[in-house]
Design a binder for this molecule. Sequence first.
Ligand code: FAD
Length: 390
Amino acid sequence: LNAAGFTDYYDIDDLLTEEHKLIRQSIRDFVKKEISPNIEKWAQQAHFPSEIVRKFGDVGAFGPTIPTEYGGGGLDYISYGLIMQEIERGDSGMRSTASVQGSLVMFPIYQYGSEEQRRKYLPKLASGEWLGCFGLTEPDHGSNPGGMVTTIKDMGDYYLLNGAKLWISNSPESQVAVVWAKDDNGRIRGVIVEKGMEGFTAPEIHNKWSLRASITGELVFDNVKVPKENLLPNVEGLKGPLGCLDSARYGIAWGAIGVAIDCYESALKYSLEREQFGKPIASFQLQQKKLAEMITEITKAQLMVWRLGMLKNAGKATSAQISMAKRNSVDMALHVAREARQIHGGMGITGEYPIMRHMMNLESVITYEGTHDIHLLITGADITGIQAFK
Ligand code: FAD
């Protein structure tokens, strides 16, 4: 731990500004007060704490990089990353709520929306008065979203929306859904669908073993009349949803490091306290190997996302670079969680420690926002010029 109490083996804090550190501390304090004391209970009971939405709004967790005139934080990408890291250190499901709202709902409305849409939706989403969701994945189209079959048909005065989306974070509790569908010419367009529109339902998906404190559902559209002014005017094609995913994946690359740090700190503490054969288990070489490898991998990932953040601040980060960091951080965190689970012995499977919850959460994080395999193939395509996944 550094002087400020953060796991920081290479003094990466030296690369942060005072503002970055203050933001990180304020989110750390928020998570300690509002999330950590309750998260085991929420996860065990598969309860989504809807009151957290307003609280996230108050603390500035929604749309930190969106300009302040629309209610956002007007912050840089390092700040955004640190916010995601601290929230996910609390729980990946809670970070999912914030990621979806900021990167997948506010970002497309800000980036692709009309001025009226920005003014109508962004302040309410930033404050947490409204919750939003992002509908891209369909029952038969996950890794291949371009194959989607949800359609908007131009009816002159309005669009008629038909189809279904699956695995949608926040959906049952959302007032607003950014939905991707094909128009009459087969082009992918974004539309803003509001709760209460006739023919629109968002049933919950039950029995998840992962992200249990995050609510997940479907989006079902049965001849939903969507007003013309709800079409996102400034983007068409797959680059629309993929642009949003770049932003969310960047946040996950930071967030997963928060999980890894939480598991590592818990394992280090436990190994120093737990005695077997008359001495702390931390004194055995096999346990030291696990801990040493954990901190090495965490440090490598911290440096990677910091550099990625600087590239993003300069507008130079590529989608492939973001894919590499998302894949690396999540895989690293899952490995750290599994090793930490073993260090905790039998205690590691209980809710007394955060490890098993983190580990199960990461099984979703390694699949959503592009699977582990797909991100590897994106790197492969980037370095060889040959796409292997089509
Ligand atoms: P598939 O695409 O069917 O993949 C199955 C397996 O095949 C994977 O291992 C994959 O890597 C592999 N595979 C697929 N194609 C290839 C290929 N070409 N080459 C090699 N291997 C391949 N979606 C949203 O739109 N909005 C959300 O808010 C959202 N939230 C989610 C929340 C949770 C808890 C979960 C679990 C998912 C969420 N998703 C969301 C969906 C998520 O993005 C998809 O699950 C993901 O894209 C994978 O799609 P799939 O599940 O259909 O798997």
